[in-house]
Design a protein around this ligand. Structure first.
Ligand code: ATR
Length: 463
């Protein structure tokens, strides 16, 4: 990823506490990279007592813009020169835009505009829609505001603690808004044939991945579209239940993405920056891989385990770049692997492999499907580098399957023996412990088609 800074570099960032796990730098730095904008985005952890100075200091240091996250979205309002009406009505901002004329920052709420934009991208029109919001906490409240603001026909706010739902309804004072105890959700089913459900509770958040705030299949029969603001895991139990019942579903990661995109456009309005759907999709891909912990998807396995076929199919399905480490080394060296072995010996080749992996890990290369040379995970150092580089998927096959797949291939020196099957067994015995150790995910490939294997990988990774 681009890391070029000079005297003209714009700086943006995020203030909050904690901010270390933020995905925002990935969004903004990827956008800058794509658009060739000389801008860096960094997290700033700010103590409560320092908020005022952080905002002032950011202006004095020439920062172009800031995101504001928990717990300062409301507290920061008092330090702004102007607050956008939508943000004002919600009482919270997440985006500050530098304003030279005002000698300070303007505040916006792109959590809300981004949520709206994400819905529109998914073909959901709030106007005239019946919405059921589950939860009444920090996200539910502005979501309810947005729904009312954009002309929803009816907005139900269902919460475990009824008072909190009632407080939001009171604040909105609109007869389209109904607060209810979530235990009474069947009431809604009696009244409404079909609705858009927005899951705003923390139920289902990792590691509580097998729960949904409502598990009753009856409920989901009424859901035509579902959004879960939880995005870790990407596919929550709530979304799974909704999808099984035939609803269109989308993840809160889309919300996160579009709040970032809206902020980025605000900061760079003078450059006329507009982010297209294609670019947004590209960033979403990086984000989703990051969320599932698979910056790259790395395939390992014995020869004939299907690495080449599966990696090609997988990279097609996910529109990710494909890297074959053997091919990559051959290209860099300008000679075949067998000539490298002959001319420089195996150790030299293993060093080249380690060098390539080091580059992938240290340069933070991402969004690739990487097919590994069969011996790559043997070195302990390589296994460590692999862990840093992404999710390692071991394509496991029995000696008999491998033999069937490679027996016709006369170019494989390892098989030029009296009893190739015995030779495969012997080698596999040696290698399998190493493959197991390197793997984050083991896929049994015997009797499965490449398409089935690819689907299994995508499923297992939670993509
Ligand atoms: P807050 O604003 O309270 O800090 P939040 O994280 O923004 O919280 O939102 C948490 C939401 O998840 C709340 O609606 C919470 O319900 P309560 O208001 O009754 O606490 C909801 N929630 C969390 N755990 C829940 C559970 N086990 N069952 C139902 N709802 C739950």
């Amino acid at each position: 990823m681009l890391n070029y800074t000079d005297g003209n570099t714009y700086v943006c960032g995020i203030i909050g506490n904690p901010v270390r796990h933020t995905l925002s730098p990935l969004i903004h730095n990827t956008l800058s990279d794509m658009l060739d904008v000389n801008l860096v985005y960094v997290p700033f952890e700010v103590e409560e007592s320092g908020l005022k100075y952080a905002v002032r200091g950011a202006y004095e240091l020439g920062l172009r813009g800031l995101n504001v996250t928990v717990p300062y979205k409301s507290d920061v309002l008092q330090y702004l020169k102007y607050v956008d009406p939508l943000a004002e009505s919600i009482g919270a901002v997440n985006t500050l835009v530098r304003d030279e004329a005002l000698k300070g920052f303007r505040g916006y709420n792109t959590d809300m505009t981004g949520l709206y934009r994400a819905m529109q991208e998914e073909g959901i029109e709030l106007s005239g829609e019946t919405v059921v919001i589950l939860g009444a906490g920090g996200v539910a409240r502005p979501t309810a505001h947005l729904c009312v603001n954009k002309g929803a026909k009816k907005v139900y706010i269902l919460n475990r603690t009824l008072e909190k739902a009632e407080a939001i309804a009171e604040e909105l004072s609109d007869d389209r808004v109904v607060a209810m105890d979530i235990a009474d959700y069947k009431e809604v089913l009696l009244r409404e044939e079909s609705f858009f459900a927005i899951q705003c509770t923390s139920v289902g958040l990792f590691p509580d991945v097998n729960s949904a705030v409502i598990e009753d299949a009856e409920f989901y029969k009424h859901v035509h579209a579902a959004l879960d603001v939880v995005y870790k895991p990407l596919d929550t139990k709530f979304l799974k239940l909704a999808r099984q019942a035939g609803a269109k579903t989308f993840s809160g990661l889309k919300m996160l993405l579009y709040q970032g995109i809206d902020a980025y456009e605000l900061w760079n309005a003078d450059l006329g920056v507009k982010i297209s759907k294609e670019m947004a999709d590209e960033v979403y891909k990086s984000l989703s891989l990051e969320v599932v912990g698979a910056r790259n998807i790395i395939l390992e396995g014995f020869m004939g385990s299907g690495k080449s076929t599966v990696s090609e199919l997988l990279s097609d399905r996910l529109s990710l770049e494909l890297m074959d480490t053997d091919a990559c080394i051959e290209q860099t060296e300008g000679r075949s692997i067998s000539s490298i072995f002959e001319e420089d010996g195996e150790e030299a080749f293993r060093d080249m492999e380690t060098e390539l992996l080091t580059m992938i890990a240290e340069d933070h290369l991402r969004d690739m499907v990487i097919s590994l040379g069969g011996g790559m995970p043997v070195r302990e150092e390589n296994r460590k580098l692999l862990k840093e580089s992404g999710k390692v998927v071991y394509l496991k096959a029995s000696p008999e399957t491998i033999y069937e797949r490679v027996k016709g291939d006369t170019t494989r020196p390892l098989l030029q023996s009296e009893d190739p099957l015995a030779r495969i067994k012997e080698l596999l015995d040696k290698r399998s412990a190493v493959y197991d150790e390197a793997a984050d995910l083991i896929i049994e490939t015997d009797g499965k088609t490449p398409e089935e294997i690819v689907s299994e990988i995508i499923n297992e990774l939670g993509l």
